[in-house]
Unconditional design. Structure first.
Length: 94
């Protein structure tokens, strides 16, 4: 968190660093969840995945889930950070 008298330029790098970290975490988390969904869909369709692969068409599920997860997690985290930073400060606390 920046100091009350700090210049506003110091806020941008904080958002950028946290956004990039959450982008990577969201990509891998969303990809893993999507591959699980792909595995369930493959079982319902009766598809047998090749040896050593988790599901049929796993790369399609992983790519789509990774993109959704990356954008969703980074977007929600940055939205919550900006909302918290713009909230009025209560200086009556002791």
């Amino acid at each position: 968190m920046t100091e009350p008298g700090a210049p506003p330029g110091e806020v941008r790098p904080k958002y950028g660093c946290i956004g990039c970290l959450m982008l990577a975490a969201g990509f891998f988390g969303g990809g893993i969840i999507a591959v699980l969904i792909g595995k369930i869909v493959g079982n319902v369709r009766g598809c047998v995945p090749p040896a050593g692969l988790p599901a049929c068409d796993w790369h399609l599920y992983a790519g789509a889930g990774g993109a959704v997860g990356a954008l969703l997690l980074a977007g929600v985290v940055l939205f919550m950070l900006r909302r918290r930073d713009s909230a009025p400060r209560n200086s009556d606390r002791g």
